[in-house]
Design a protein around this ligand. Structure first.
Ligand code: CP
Ligand code: NVA
Length: 318
């Protein structure tokens, strides 16, 4: 493990992958790989011993909540779940005051919610590392799990041809574009123009890709999957957007990940990934989902190893 990177990650918040260099992202992945191998041998650690970690969830979660809980407990720390109706945040108390209170009691804070500026304010006012467990804009811990899963599948990341099919302007699309851009993948958003990501984010990710040897492209044409190593999808309506269901189905039906789309890759080796939860027969058919279930559930398991790595790298003691 690179000592310099190890030191520069201590005490940092994890709000978006924009804040991390490719070398730092690689460090998280290498650490996660090591923690995963150890856990498979029954070895856990004490790197978070004596650390209390707050888990704030304004939105529901299976994977992220369990990953923070188990990752923290495995390393000797104490996680405390604070659900939407459990604390004063949003009702009686501002995010700044909640941050200052929690920062006096906890050593690290995870936040899942709506607003990206909330997770940023938590980091600014709490004085402890804050980890983004998903906002409307970004879902950075998921990307570490996705990168680790691709590394396990292919043995490398640079040069992989990656197509994200679906809602191209949600938290997953934004964060995958940042992560793939930084790590040298050839990244394509396959979506109707109405659901492409913001231009300033695309421009930024193209700069990352220029530096890493990757690329970032947008397409409305399903031929864009030709040669894809990975096709990735996510729900058509993210949490909080449920009223858009009919509109999204109409816009995104041509981009469903199904057998016909997979055949267009021209490859037998293409894998399909999904961050979960999945809505079968919307963004992905049950047939394609089940055919790729091994990869998809490796990806889900890798949430835990990568989130543990983020907590250990930013808060842990050796
Ligand atoms: N992928 C993901 O974040 O899942 P949860 O919503 O269950 O945490
Ligand atoms: N885009 C989805 C991701 C869930 C992990 C959502 O925000 O609901």
């Amino acid at each position: 493990m690179n000592q310099k990177i190890k030191e520069q990650l201590k005490g940092r918040s994890f709000l978006t992958l924009k804040d991390f260099t490719p070398e730092e992202i690689q460090y998280f992945l290498d650490l996660a790989e090591q923690l995963k191998a150890d856990k498979k041998k029954g070895i856990t650690g004490n790197r978070l011993k004596g650390k209390n970690v707050a888990l704030i969830f304004e939105k529901p979660s299976t994977r992220t909540r369990c990953s923070f809980t188990i990752g923290c407990t495995d390393e000797g720390g104490h996680p405390e779940y604070l659900g939407r109706d459990d604390i004063q945040l949003g009702y009686k108390e501002t995010i700044e005051d909640t941050a200052r209170v929690l920062g006096r009691m906890f050593d690290g804070i995870e936040f899942r919610g709506f607003r990206q500026d909330y997770v940023e304010k938590l980091a600014e006012y709490s004085g402890v590392p804050v980890w983004n467990g998903l906002t409307d804009e970004y879902h950075p811990t998921q990307i570490l799990a996705d990168l680790l899963t691709m590394k396990e599948q292919f043995g490398y990341l640079k040069g992989l041809r990656f197509v994200y099919a679906g809602d191209g302007r949600n938290n997953m699309a934004n964060s995958l574009m940042i992560g793939c851009g930084k790590m040298g993948l050839h990244f394509t958003i396959l979506a109707p123009k109405a659901l492409w990501p913001k231009e300033d984010l695309v421009r930024l990710c193209r700069e990352y890709a220029d530096a890493s040897g990757g690329s970032v492209t947008m397409s409305e044409d399903t031929d864009a999957v030709t040669g894809a190593d990975v096709i990735y999808t996510d729900v058509w309506c993210s949490m909080g957007e449920e009223e858009k269901a009919a509109e999204r189905v109409a816009l995104l039906r041509p981009y469903q990940v199904n057998r016909a789309l997979l055949e267009k890759t021209g490859k037998d080796s293409t894998i399909v990934m999904h961050c979960l939860p999945a809505v079968r027969e919307n963004e992905i058919t049950a047939e394609v989902f089940e055919a790729n279930a091994d990869v998809i559930f490796d990806e889900a398991e890798n949430r835990m190893h990568t989130i543990k790595a983020v907590m250990v790298a930013t808060l842990g003691d050796d």
